[in-house]
Design a protein around this ligand. Sequence first.
Ligand code: UFG
Length: 325
Amino acid sequence: MLVAGGAGYIGSHTVRLLQEHAVPVVVLDNFSTGHRAAVRAPCVEADLADSEPLRLVFREHRPKAVIHFAAKCYVGESVVEPAKYYRENVVHSWNLLEAMRAADCEQIVFSSTCATYGVPREIPIEEGHPQAPISPYGRTKLAIEYMLEDYSRAYGLRFSALRYFNAAGAASDASLGEHHEPETHLIPLMLRVASGRSEEILIFGDDYETRDGTCVRDYIHVEDLADAHLRALRLLEAGRQQVVCNLGTGRGYSVREVLDVARRVTGHPIPARVVARREGDPAELVSGGRRATELLGWTPRRSELEQIVRDAWNFQCAHPDGFPT
Ligand code: UFG
């Protein structure tokens, strides 16, 4: 199994789970945002931009399948630097697919996102909801979904596109977790305040049409996400052509509700200040549909918000500076 981007946040948790299930893993990562200390598997340091090392990896390891996490994932940055996102996400995914095609590797599990839906017409968002992304980030992910569909039709590629909602939490033993630089995600930023590394959390807008005016999101535990990848892989191995599904809990929490939980879990008052809306934030993103349960037999097990925040907090306490760089 080749895991591209296996040193990143969701990638490293998935690699760990694959190893626990005795799946032989090779990680390919350029370590631009991933962390060496987050992987205990054979690693190839390479960039998906470079075809030759990719070709060699396939020749040497002959993976039967690929899980593809390697991507840029900042919505705001993608608006300012779309070229980077089209290159790193779309062009590099194309390179990966071409290397797979040359090596007759026919199965891929791809990290997609709820950002491919854009501003939802209805909540909860089912898989059949129109995909009309509003950011270059979401558009690049949708472009890759199209590429997978077309390769599947023309070349027999079997693929899974897993549309994550808000990935959060950390490994239950606190050995792995979220470490982004810069960090932009709500839960780790709140926990930075609780650990004294910043002064306050900014709430981006409290005038949305939601129950308390702050944005509502569907937070899904990173270990539950990892589990879904393993299940998607098994389905592809069993011969299924396409597995496209949302990964969320179906339950949304507002920013203020998350803050209440974070205050309770950490015992810290976590001062908060309301500021202007962040551009491109839809009011509410909550996953609907039962496709992941029906297709994958998947149900989130660790995604109660309190558990998510507790695991993220344990990671933060165990690794106050994140992974060594
Ligand atoms: N938020 C704050 N203050 C902060 C950080 C975030 O109020 O300091 C709010 C945001 O406005 C948002 C919520 O907290 O309403 C969650 O924000 P995150 O940045 O943690 O996550 P996003 O909802 O922006 O990101 C998610 C997925 C992405 C996806 C994106 C699409 O994690 O993969 O939705 O909009 F691309």
